[in-house]
Design a protein around this ligand. Structure first.
Ligand code: MRU
Length: 317
């Protein structure tokens, strides 16, 4: 039903072009580091775990082409700084004797780990729950299955009746374009809402829990995720609604002590001053476009990982 987001196709990397969804499901191929970096920068491939696979496959690509793998790895890492999985994937392939074999292992592992996250997290969703999620954390954000959306999917497929509030996720609409498409494809009941409606929904008693993914989790448990996540967490706290973060071990970054140390990617102002390619703000208007925000650990009810659900960030040895 859902194709692999990214796969090694023998001297090239084939990936779903997420920029074109929900209108069409098409694949594109990267044959050089430069092409791959273009796909990463423009979000043809995106989502922390998918970026991990892209990083590893990028190094593998440079290796089979006989290029300087360290240089390729450095260029790939610099494309998007916040999602730690990108650098993690690059480093794993760089450390391997055979980067292709390592990239394949990482991709296969990704799906298994996400399914384990789903199994652990599904227990958090009581029958009849109305679950709010932000951004897109499904199969397309990983090699397969998904993290936060994978938890929702696991609960649904194990027979738990539930419904999902899908934040549209301004400015690039990962929720409206990708989460909505994926939930529809899977037949999971879902309703799209503007991001700014989350508070109203919680105030009217229509949200039972929120679950999101992460791009980097600092050693103290602070969570970098798509811009707008922090607002959801603060609203959950105010309304006494549990706010969960689902992520694989590869997203936990012990080298980053806290959220203040996380580099937050800033993207082009055009993404805010335009909508679907058409200008929506006056010409010359300044705009600030932080792609991520940081949610303090104190607002997180639990971290859902492949090893279980933890109240505080687990220290993976
Ligand atoms: O800018 P994006 O679309 O790559 O941002 C993605 C997110 O913020 C996701 O929530 C995160 O990467 C987790 S994906 C399982």
């Amino acid at each position: 039903m859902l194709p692999p987001t990214i796969e090694w196709a023998g001297n090239r990397i084939r990936l779903v072009d997420q920029r074109r969804l929900p209108h069409e499901l098409v694949m594109v191929e990267a044959t050089t580091t430069e092409e791959l970096c273009g796909f990463i920068a423009t979000l043809a491939v995106r989502g922390a775990p998918a970026l991990g696979a892209a990083g590893a496959m990028g190094v593998a690509l440079a290796w089979v082409r006989g290029e300087d793998v360290a240089a390729a790895g450095a260029v790939i890492k610099a494309t998007r700084p916040t999602a730690v999985n990108l650098a993690w994937g690059v480093d794993r392939a760089l450390a391997a004797a055979d980067p292709v074999a390592e990239a394949l292992r990482l991709a296969e592992d990704d799906v298994a780990r996400n399914m384990a996250i789903g199994r652990h997290g599904a227990a958090l969703i009581a029958p009849g729950s109305r679950v709010l999620t932000h951004c897109h954390t499904g199969s397309l954000a990983c090699v397969g299955w998904g993290t936060a959306l994978g938890v929702i999917r696991a609960a649904w497929e194990s027979g738990t009746d539930l419904s999902v509030w899908v934040d549209e996720t301004r400015p690039l609409l990962q929720g409206a374009r990708l989460t909505a498409w994926e939930l529809q494809t899977l037949g999971i009941p879902a309703t799209l809402v503007a991001d700014v409606m989350a508070g109203s929904l919680m105030a009217s008693g229509d949200v039972d829990l929120a679950i999101v993914g992460a791009d980097r989790i600092a050693a103290n448990g602070d969570v970098a995720n798509k811009i707008g996540t922090y607002q959801v967490a603060v609203l959950c706290h105010h309304h006494g609604i549990p706010f969960y973060v689902a992520a694989p071990r590869s997203t936990f970054d012990p080298a980053t002590p806290d959220g203040a140390s996380i580099e937050v990617e800033e993207r082009s102002a055009d993404e805010v001053t335009s909508f679907a390619g058409a200008r929506s703000a006056p010409v010359g208007m300044a705009a600030l476009n932080r792609a991520f925000d940081v949610t303090p650990a104190a607002l997180v009810a639990g971290y859902v990982t492949e090893d279980g659900v933890f109240r505080s960030p687990p220290s993976f040895g």
